[in-house]
Design a protein around this ligand. Structure first.
Ligand code: GAR
Length: 189
């Protein structure tokens, strides 16, 4: 029997390398998910081009993203039978209404070993604190920033000559590998 693939929505704000990694992986024969919608709060996000190139529907939300708009988007996601919402560089805080509506269905990737370095400039802060390792974390999204239950982490070694840029590049490479693997595993479980 052919198993139906789970529909996924990816929320972005920018570049979209994690989106691209999720799309590439979704095209593999045995992958258990399909990207059904890409949502962006920035109309010029580079990731939107990646979505369009791959013929994936896109939706732009406004900066204010007030309750009526949230309700409209929630309805679209329900109609598309979305199983998980993956935040991939989505730089907007979701409201308690939206989080409750999709309880345990929204996950995020963050470029640090949480609970260390929540928020922005994670690589710079890890280097400044002379950490030996940094990395990335995938977690459920909760009301507090970068604080929901941790699902998976990947460590990345920090070298003496590292700069934020170099570290970012190496961590991002691991993010792009980790996100598709973790998503597939979550769907299977
Ligand atoms: C990624 O490094 C992701 O971990 C980070 O934004 C970048 C998006 O890159 N997310 C956060 O900092 C969320 N707190 P991408 O657009 O190339 O996927």
């Amino acid at each position: 029997m052919i198993q139906k693939k789970a529909n996924i929505a990816v929320f972005i704000s920018g570049r979209g390398t994690n989106l691209k990694a999720l799309i590439l992986s979704s095209k593999k024969q045995n992958c258990n998910y399909n990207i059904a919608l890409v949502v962006s709060n920035k109309k010029n996000a580079k990731g939107l081009k990646i979505a369009k190139k791959n013929k994936i529907s896109t939706k732009i939300i406004s900066q204010s993203f007030l309750k009526t708009e949230q309700k409209r988007l929630a309805k679209i996601l329900v109609n598309k039978n979305i199983k998980f919402i993956c935040l991939a560089g989505f730089m907007k805080i979701l409201s308690p209404y939206f989080l409750n509506f999709f309880k345990n269905k929204i996950i995020n990737i963050h470029p640090s070993l949480l609970p260390k370095y929540k928020g922005l400039n994670t690589h710079y802060r890890a280097l400044k604190a002379k950490e030996k390792f940094s990395g990335c974390t995938i977690h459920y999204v909760s009301k507090k920033l970068d604080s929901g239950k941790i699902i998976a982490k990947k460590k990345v070694k920090i070298f003496k000559k590292d700069t934020s840029k170099k570290l970012e590049r190496r961590v991002l490479k691991e993010e792009n590998k980790l996100y598709p693997l973790v998503l597939e595993k979550l769907i299977r479980s």
